[in-house]
Design a protein around this ligand. Structure first.
Ligand code: PLP
Ligand code: LYS
Length: 443
């Protein structure tokens, strides 16, 4: 298993996660003090880290006229959405549930883009009634359904066609979304005919194209290839007399992770400017991880230590149900001990695992954490994106809580969902004598 020493906190992160007198702090608060009030495991976010990420991206992209829509799936907590919306982000959603969240956070519907391969008729209808900015369409069949729903509502649907440009994002296979075999988007060669057909339909207002090549993209060259293909396509469509006023470039910008320094945002902005900057299109990007990934820690307590094959096994109270990324994508989240490790180089090796009854509930092997003992607190870093939003109650565990720190204040922005609330959803009747009399479905 690959090894990581605890990552040195990046210079740009020192403002929010830092050690003061040897104790891990989030902005102005000592994390130990928060953990005294909030039982582990919980996610802890820094508002300032999100503001910092937004300002870096917006400073690079706004001079070239690119607007930013946050990919809600990365972190769908309403307080986080509200913070980003107030900074100026629109929202990129993939379900009716995310639409509800974006609206609850006060995001204007005119700044909401609806992506995703499997939108239902009900979701499409709700999005149209709400008056969202555009629906990114992922198949010829979906075009038909959107047109039907729009006609039945007496509305016109504003759409963009999501293109599959057949570009390998050079990231983990499970978060690669634009190679030929991917389920996402419409093959680039099929776009001209479909675009022309859709543009001729009275129920549809075809505004442009969208692309999203994958997530946690570190090497920027796939973006250059994909955006250059989009530029070629825009030119080809216009040559046929079709209008293409909007271009959505998707998300995917990676973050510094472990030893990887992460892509350079100035270079990303240059690629956008060089490839699609002269088309006269309204440009949008849909970052998720970039805006919130570094802003979150998953805080956990060490429950038990036991001897392992190569060092100790450290069993913590956070599991794969709280942070799925290691089990799903082999992701290795750096670990920050609450007390700064002294003489870290000589400290033992720990394989950190969760309590779930799955062998894949394993966060990886770590060195440099100092001497750990039961009761110690640890934080998995870079857990602000696709952490809480992908958490589940597997093994009938409580759904993880979330806390937001801003300066020297913190707030629980999602309390833990307990087992009683989960059990209330279930029919606890005795089925031995046949099903209970039918009740009206509650949805
Ligand atoms: C259509 C779309 N847009 C945006 C994103 C956000 O991606 P990321 O969090 O990597 O920026 C995703 C997720 O990969 C996506 O599927
Ligand atoms: N869930 C993935 C990112 C993919 C997002 C969906 N397109 C992750 O945690 O890395």
């Amino acid at each position: 298993m690959a090894m990581t020493t605890p990552r040195k906190i990046q210079p740009d992160q020192q403002a929010w996660f830092h050690y003061r007198a040897g104790e891990l702090h989030v902005e102005g608060l000592c994390l130990t003090d928060i953990a005294r009030e909030v039982p582990t495991p919980f996610y802890c976010y820094s508002a300032e880290a999100m503001r910092w990420a937004y300002s870096i991206l917006s400073d690079a992209l706004s001079p070239i006229g690119v607007s930013i829509c946050f990919a809600v799936k990365a972190n769908s907590n309403i307080a986080v959405l509200r913070l980003l919306s107030e900074l100026g982000c629109g929202m990129d959603i993939v379900s009716g549930g995310e639409l509800e969240r974006a609206l609850a956070a006060g995001a204007p519907s005119s700044r909401i883009i609806f992506s995703g391969v499997g939108k239902t008729r009900a979701e499409i209808a709700h999005a149209l009634e709400t008056g969202i900015h555009q629906i990114n369409v992922e198949s010829a069949a979906e075009i038909e359904v959107i047109a039907e729903v729009a006609r039945s509502l007496g509305r016109r649907a504003t759409i963009a066609l999501r293109v599959n440009p057949d570009v390998d994002a050079k990231t983990h296979a499970k978060i690669t979304t634009a190679t030929k075999d991917s389920k996402f988007g419409i093959a680039i060669d099929d776009i001209p005919e479909l675009y022309a057909k859709a543009a001729a339909r009275p129920e549809l207002d075809v505004q442009g194209l969208a692309v999203h090549i994958g997530s946690q993209v570190q090497d920027l060259s796939p973006f250059r290839h994909a955006f250059a293909s989009m530029a070629g396509l825009v030119t080809a469509l216009r040559a046929k007399g079709l209008e293409v006023p909007r271009l959505d470039l998707g998300g995917g910008i990676g973050i510094a992770f472990g030893d990887n320094p992460g892509p350079d945002i100035a270079e990303y902005a240059s690629i956008v400017a060089e490839t699609v900057g002269d088309l006269g299109c309204q440009l949008t990007v849909e970052p998720g991880r970039w805006l919130v990934g570094r802003a979150g820690l998953l805080v956990t307590e060490l429950l038990y230590l036991k001897d392992g094959q190569d060092g100790y096994v450290a069993i913590v109270d956070a599991g794969m149900n709280d942070l799925m990324r290691p089990a799903l994508y082999d992701a290795k989240h750096p670990v920050l001990p609450f007390h700064q490790a002294k003489g870290a180089a000589a400290s033992p090796r720990y394989r950190i695992v969760g309590p779930i009854c799955e062998s894949s509930d394993d966060f990886g092997a770590y060195e440099g954490l100092g001497e750990l003992k039961a009761g110690d607190l640890l934080a998995f870093d870079c857990a602000g994106a696709y952490g809480a939003s992908m958490a589940s109650t597997y093994n009938s565990r409580d759904l993880v809580a979330e806390v937001l720190v801003d300066g020297d204040h913190f707030r629980t922005i999602r309390r833990r969902q307990n087992i009683r609330e989960v059990l209330e959803l279930e029919d606890t009747g005795n089925w031995q004598n046949g099903p209970a009399p039918a009740k009206k479905a509650a949805g």
